[in-house]
Ligand binder design. Structure first.
Ligand code: SAH
Ligand code: SF4
Length: 354
């Protein structure tokens, strides 16, 4: 057997019981040829089973506004994109969407938007308090960067979790892709969220232009250093409305490797099989669930708004209603001998109390 494959097997063997992989060991896995990568996915699947079991947590995704004041180079809803129609859901519409999600059996929703100045922390707090008063849903917010005081207001209204990807661990690359954001500020936000008692989610995109294997490995190590409760990882999918339209984007195998290695490093964190993964490959989410993932985030945004929230092209399920999505995803999960969880899916990290 080739020397390199012996190394891959040795790292996988170690990772079954020990998540402290070095950067060199991570690079061995990242450089493993595609046709031999199944061993990495199988190892991550075994660690997933041991650490978080067979249950898959569903979170209903509510895309409540596609207005954004920022201009991240990769994103289809960046403020300067004049080719899309913009929308905002009001309090009643968001509440109705959350109630519908709960009636479909969801125990948790993720409220996501661009950085829309209309929704101040006070307005968000008011909406969240209303959802909390009328449902038993766990709530994740994913609406970008706020100040300490603003995150505090949003937390005190009852928000359980916050999802804020760092996108890339490389400061220089971060700067190139984010004309109006600062890498250190982004990381500071993650520390603030942790201090305020949120369950913290972060992550990155796979295959951003300028990503090297070293940056890829550092992305994974940064997730481990931040000790995230959730790790959201998906391929970068070039959007034709952006300057990165001609870039090549992330591949399925690299995205699956990222999920798998994140499982090896993070052990009992929640890891979604992201929609971007499903948009890249019809079986992308199932493959991710069999390579370390244990969460799926089906879209519950009302049908009439879905087409307008396209961060990347070819997004799946654009025309499916929430009831259909719920049934479809349950079928996919059961089809790979897994179980849809009936719990809220809170963080499994023992160091915190929820
Ligand atoms: N505005 C918030 C949340 C919405 S964007 C924020 O930026 O945090 C949610 C995620 O979509 C981003 O974190 C980014 O990782 C992802 N995304 C944006 N454009 C993308 C693209 N072209 N391909 C894949 N993922 C993309
Ligand atoms: Fe706005 Fe988020 Fe898109 Fe950046 S990634 S442009 S902050 S919606």
């Amino acid at each position: 057997m080739e020397n390199n494959m012996l190394k891959v097997y040795a790292v996988c063997e170690k990772a079954l019981s020990d998540g402290n992989l070095s950067k060199e060991e991570i690079l061995v896995l990242l450089k493993c040829p595609e046709e031999n990568s199944d061993i990495i996915f199988q190892t991550a699947d075994a660690v997933r089973k041991k650490e978080v079991g067979d249950e898959v947590h569903l979170r209903g995704l509510v895309e409540f506004s596609n207005y954004c004041k920022k201009n991240c180079e990769y994103c289809g809803i960046r403020g300067k994109n004049k080719n899309i129609e913009r929308y905002r859901l009001n309090k009643e519409e968001i509440l109705a969407t959350a109630l519908r999600a709960e009636s479909l059996g969801y125990r948790s929703v993720v409220m996501q938007s661009g950085e829309d100045p209309y929704y101040t922390a006070e307005i968000l707090a008011d909406i969240i308090s209303a959802i909390k008063a009328q449902t038993d849903l766990a709530i994740t917010m994913s609406a970008g960067e706020f100040t300490y005081e603003e995150y505090k207001t949003i937390k005190e209204a009852g928000t359980d979790r916050y999802l804020l990807r760092f996108e890339t661990s490389n400061e220089e690359l971060y700067k190139k892709l984010h004309p109006d954001s600062d890498f250190h500020q982004r990381i500071e936000c993650l520390h603030i969220l942790r201090d305020l008692g949120y369950q913290v989610g972060s992550g990155f995109m796979v295959g951003l232009p300028g990503e090297t294997p070293e940056i890829f490995a550092d992305n994974l190590l940064l997730l481990q250093k931040l000790d995230v409760d959730m790790a959201g990882i998906g391929p970068f999918l070039p959007n034709s409305d952006t300057n990165l339209a001609g870039a090549s984007g992330g591949t399925l195998v690299n995205s699956l490797k990222a999920v798998a290695i994140a499982r090896l490093l993070l052990r009992n964190a929640h890891i979604p099989a992201t929609t971007a993964m499903g948009s890249l490959d019809p079986k992308g989410r199932e493959k991710a669930l069999q390579a370390g993932a244990n969460v799926v985030m089906p879209n519950v945004t009302p049908e009439e708004f879905r087409e307008m929230y396209q961060l990347y092209p070819n997004k799946i399920c654009l025309r499916d209603d929430p009831a259909h999505c719920r049934k479809c995803i349950t079928g996919k999960i059961q089809g790979i001998s897994r179980i849809v969880s009936k719990e809220h899916g809170h963080s499994l990290k023992v160091k915190k109390e929820y």
